[in-house]
Structures are given as C-alpha cells and as structure tokens.
Design a binder for this molecule. Structure first.
Ligand SMILES: NC(=O)c1ccc[n+]([C@@H]2O[C@H](COP(=O)([O-])OP(=O)(O)OC[C@H]3O[C@@H](n4cnc5c(N)ncnc54)[C@H](O)[C@@H]3O)[C@@H](O)[C@H]2O)c1
Length: 268
C-alpha cells in the first residue's frame, strides 16, 4: 500500500518512549518505517535507532540528549509526563511536563525541517486553559529553564502541577504553531481522556477511581488503550494531517462533546 502517512524513512524524535502511549506510538512509528530516536528517563525496549536517557527535570540532561540527536528532524513527538503527587511534587511535575518539554522543543526546533511537524500529549485536564490564560501567559513569557523554574517555585498556588502544566502545553502549542507558519512546520497537541497505562493508577490514587470515572472517563464507559492514543498522535504528525496545525485534538470518545452540550460537568 502507498505510504499515505509518509513516515517511511523519516527521522522521528519521541519522548516518553519507554511506556504507555509513548511506547505504543514508538512501535507504530517503527512499523510505519520511521527511524526513531527515543528519549526517556527509562530504557526503551523497542528496536529504535537510538535510545537516549534524558531527565526532563534537568536542563543539563536535556542538552546532553539533544547533542546526540540528528541534525535534521522530520517529526518530533512529546509523550513523556508525570502525574503529580504523591510520587512527584508540583514543581517536578511542572518541570517534566512543561518546562522540560519546552526546553527540548526550543533546543531542536531549528533542526525540524521545513514542512515538518511537532505533536505533544497534553490532557483533558488542561481543558480550562482559557480561564487561566493570564497565568499561563505569565509563565510562557519567561524564556529560560532556570527562570521558569524560579517562577514556578515562587508561585506554587498557580504552578500547581498537573493541570497547569497541561494548560501551558496547549497554549504553547498554539503559539508555536503561529511562530512556525512561515516554515510550514505544523504544531499540534492531543488531549486524552483516561487511558489504561502505568500512569492511570496514580490518578486513581490521587482523586479516587470513582471520581475519575465519574468526571473524566470517556462517556462510552471505558478507558482508552495506549494504542488508541498513539494512532491519533501519529496521525497529527503524518502527511494525512498536512493542513492541521495549532489544534488541540481531544481523543475522548465524546467526553468534550458531553461537557459542551451539558450532560457532563468538566473543567471548561
Ligand atoms: N494515562 C492517562 O490516563 C493520561 C490521560 C491524559 C494525559 N496523559 C498524558 O499522556 C502522556 C503519556 O503518559 P502515559 O499515560 O503513557 O504514562 P506512562 O507513565 O506510561 O508514560 C510516561 C513516560 O514518561 C517518562 N518520563 C517520566 N518522567 C520523565 C522524565 N523526567 N524525563 C523523561 N521521561 C520521563 C516515563 O519514563 C514514561 O516512559 C503523559 O504526558 C500524560 O500526562 C495520560
């Protein structure tokens, strides 16, 4: 079959490749013929071109990883993330989920080819970003890693971890999409509803499984699988999405629609 997704021989960088959605996306990209450079704090099991250890909470570690990446990158996918307490405090969560993601993106953005694509996983938990725009803009306007970290430390009430980090990803995606229009680099993000990965038990422990199921689970009555997120994520980076940029794609089997039409209460 013709390579309609256009990944054959493409150079792809992906974070979070060791587990969950990132591991599923990595395998899919390999199956589609991409050369995959995998970044994760843990070992990536898939047969990638190279598996680079990186800690997104440490800018020196990100810079060292970037030095190992190719000079030309066709597609960049961000899947790494942490769920927040109790395993990760609010600051660590902000650093891994947003400040580190942005540092990595800015470090490689000039290597992303004209006509290339970037796609990041955010969350349905970020859906209230418009109501919090002033705070989101404040952090995003602070450019350096250390300066952003200082701001998060100084504003623990705002930089509260998971939700704020995911709101920031969404707005950063839109800003970057506009910034890269002249090079026709497409930038999108994806908002999953609860998905059966090693992260989901952390959300259940934080808020209670019944609460998560009642308020965030897809109204179709089950959690997604990692593969059901990997597919739409890879689509966003594919040739089939050649006119899609600046979008936050909800992959939630009707969750956002239920909130928008009033049968569910969400964070809008
Ligand atoms: N699982 C869900 O219900 C759900 C829902 C919405 C959004 N998300 C988001 O989806 C993305 C993928 O998560 P997942 O559910 O597959 O979870 P996961 O825990 O299976 O995968 C997360 C990956 O990120 C890596 N990682 C963690 N800390 C890191 C660090 N400091 N530096 C580099 N890599 C690090 C982990 O090693 C792991 O491979 C995350 O951004 C998560 O916030 C998950």
């Amino acid at each position: 079959m013709k390579d309609v997704l256009g990944f054959e021989g493409k150079t792809v960088v992906i974070t979070g490749s060791a587990s969950g959605m990132g591991a599923a996306a990595t395998q899919l990209l390999l199956d589609l013929g991409a050369e995959v450079h995998a970044l994760d704090v843990a070992d990536t099991a898939a047969a990638v071109k190279q598996s680079v250890k990186v800690d997104l909470a440490d800018p020196a570690s990100i810079d060292a990883a970037v030095a190992k990446l190719p000079a030309k990158i066709d597609r960049l996918f961000h899947c790494a993330g942490v769920p927040g307490p109790p395993r990760f405090d609010a600051l660590q969560t902000m650093l891994v989920n947003f400040v580190g993601l942005r540092h990595l993106t800015e470090a490689v953005v000039d290597r992303v080819v004209d006509g290339g694509a970037i796609a990041a996983i955010t969350s349905v938990a970020g859906m209230g970003w418009q109501k919090n725009l002033e705070n989101v803009q404040q952090l995003i306007e602070i450019e350096g890693y250390a300066e952003a970290r200082d701001w998060c430390e100084a504003h623990p009430d705002v930089a509260n971890g998971y939700l704020f980090s995911k709101q920031c990803i969404i707005y950063y995606t839109k800003l970057l999409a506009v910034r890269l229009l002249d090079r026709q680099v497409r930038v999108n993000c994806l908002s999953p509803s609860p998905t059966d990965t090693p992260m989901l038990p952390d959300f259940h422990a934080q808020a209670g499984e019944d609460f998560i199921d009642a308020h965030f689970r897809a109204p179709v009555g089950r959690n997604a699988t990692a593969a059901e997120m990997a597919g739409p994520l890879v689509f966003l980076g594919s040739d089939l999405a050649s006119f899609v940029s600046g979008q936050n794609l909800f992959v939630d089997f009707g969750y956002l629609a239920s909130v928008e039409t009033g049968s569910k209460v969400g964070l809008l």
